[in-house]
Structure formats: C-alpha cells, structure tokens
Design a protein around this ligand. Sequence first.
Ligand SMILES: NC(=O)c1ccc[n+]([C@@H]2O[C@H](COP(=O)([O-])OP(=O)(O)OC[C@H]3O[C@@H](n4cnc5c(N)ncnc54)[C@H](O)[C@@H]3O)[C@@H](O)[C@H]2O)c1
Length: 314
Amino acid sequence: MPDIVAIAGAGLIGRAWAIVFARAGCPVRLWDASTEALTGAVDLMRGNLEDMAAQGLIEAVDPVANRVTPVSTLAEALDGATWMQECIAEQVEPKAALFIEADRWAEPDAILASSSSAIAASRFTEDLPGRLRCLVVHPVNPPYLVPLVELCPAPWTDAAVLQRARQTMEAVGMVPVTVNKEVEGFVLNRLQGALLTEAMRLVADGVISAEDLDKTVKDGLGLRWSFMGPFETIDLNAPGGVADYCARYGPFYERLQEQQAAHRPYDTALVARIEAERRASLPERGLGDRAVWRDRRLMALLNHKRAATDQHGS
Ligand SMILES: NC(=O)c1ccc[n+]([C@@H]2O[C@H](COP(=O)([O-])OP(=O)(O)OC[C@H]3O[C@@H](n4cnc5c(N)ncnc54)[C@H](O)[C@@H]3O)[C@@H](O)[C@H]2O)c1
C-alpha cells in the first residue's frame, strides 16, 4: 500500500481515484491546475461517499474524506508520495509536460501512473530519465465501484514496477489485469468498441431499434457478463467445453467476421437517429440524475456480487 498517493487532476476520474485510495486507508494529496476544480472536489467526493455509506459499501464518510488533502502545487502533492495517479486531460502534450515535472519532483521509488483511456505510455514517457517507473493504469468509471484496472506498461517499464503496481492495485481493492503489448484502446475499450460498432451497424441496417439492442445486452448477454467472461461463457455453452463450442459454432462466427469486416463510419445521420431514440426515453435534462441512478445500481450489484461470491464462490 502506498504511504502517500499524489493525484494530478481533480476531475471525474481524479476524484474517483482519491476515493479508491482513501477508502483503503492511504493519505491522498489532490492537485489540479484549476483552482475551481480543486475547491469543489472534496464536496463532490463527499456526495459519492454518502451514497456509498447508504449502500453499506463504506462504514462512514468522514474517515475516508478526511484522508484527502487538496494541495496547490504538483511538487507538494508528490512530496513523500510513493504513487502518482495522473488524471488530467486526454491529450499527449499536457500528459508529457506533467510527466516531465512529476519525474523531476517525485520520490526516487515512486511509481508514476497515468489514467489515460487510449494514449499509450510510450507516447509521453520515452525521453524521461525515470521512464522505467511509468505506466498506464487505466480505470473504468467510477473505479470505486468498478474494480477492473488495466496495467499497460510501455516497452521500457521495469518488470518490478509492473509487479509493484499489481500488488498496489490489489491492496487497494482493485482487480488488475496486465495488457502485455501497447495496443490502441488497451483491451477493455477494444472489446467495448467491437460491441458498439456492431450495435451501430445493426441499428443502421434497420435490424433492431436502439432500445431493443440495449435490452439484448442488459436482459441477455450482460446478465452473465457481470460474473463471467466470454471464454468461460462458451466453455459452459457446449457439453464438451470450449473446443466443443468452437467445433459447433466456430464456422458461424467465422462467417460473421466477413460480414462485420467492412469499415462503417459513425455517420451523422445514424448518430442523430440513436440520439433521437435515446432522448425520447431520457430527455437531456435527466442525464445527470440517471448517472446517479446508474451508480446506485452499480452499488447494489456490487453488494449482490459480494454476497453471491460468499454463498456460491467466484
Ligand atoms: N471519464 C471516464 O470515463 C474515464 C475513464 C477512464 C479513464 N479516463 C481518463 O482519465 C483522465 C481524466 O479524465 P476525466 O474524465 O477525469 O476528465 P475531467 O475533464 O473530468 O478532469 C480533468 C481534470 O484535469 C485538470 N487538468 C487538465 N489539464 C491539466 C494540466 N495540464 N495540469 C493539471 N490539471 C489539469 C482539469 O482542470 C480537470 O479538473 C483522462 O486521461 C481520461 O481519458 C476517463
């Protein structure tokens, strides 16, 4: 567990990471270039923590919130910290500039992690003297409710740093996976992108409505996916396991690949159609409340998963 955690960027993901580390007992120093973002951050976190306490996911708000200290410079945040989690804008130049500063000010044994969703660590750490200690640690929003985190090293990231990153993530209650090679979108967003692109194609071709497509996932595929992955799914969907499944259905999936291979743009007309369908069932003014609803459903699901794991195993 890190002695102190420095978080750069107090937006959606920076605040969420602060909750993850503080919930695990780590003192957190939160810094942002925008005074406005920093000033409101702890109050916003308190709102999230109150919801978590109401769902029994934490015992009390104050002990967690009080571990987070907003600070006015990056150097102050890094003083004594053994982990930095960068959560600033998703652009190469600002990340590169911040990592130069962080590498200069951080303790010699500190790990420098980026929350980047899609920019590989090699694009903003190559020229750093301390590049061996840098990697992407990509969360899913919000990481205090969705534990999966992708560890995405650059080609030069030290194996010992990767191992410490894995141990640290486990120690703060996350579920780390390692992405062995730098690929655009890492793994989670590549999977999400494959599904989304096919969903767009099916709606564009008039095969299904956006609403029924969503039902296909939430009342179909998604029920299993909340506790097992696609490989375990197919292992159980044929009497002889994966090999049997692939022998029966492999040719069908291979035929589909040919139909799905052609590039299909997310064109304006299609996006407008899906937007219109969504806004008819959820007006734009309701998006914020619905996000709160989503997080409460996630909290209930987490509680259920914990109870079900205790009862049935994982
Ligand atoms: N939002 C998501 O669902 C999600 C999920 C996983 C990863 N991420 C990644 O996390 C990072 C942050 O995303 P977010 O959604 O929290 O964005 P955000 O816009 O909510 O917050 C970014 C914060 O960084 C600050 N900032 C921007 N540039 C800065 C700089 N140069 N120095 C210091 N502070 C700076 C801004 O003031 C802002 O408060 C991005 O790399 C994003 O790709 C986002």
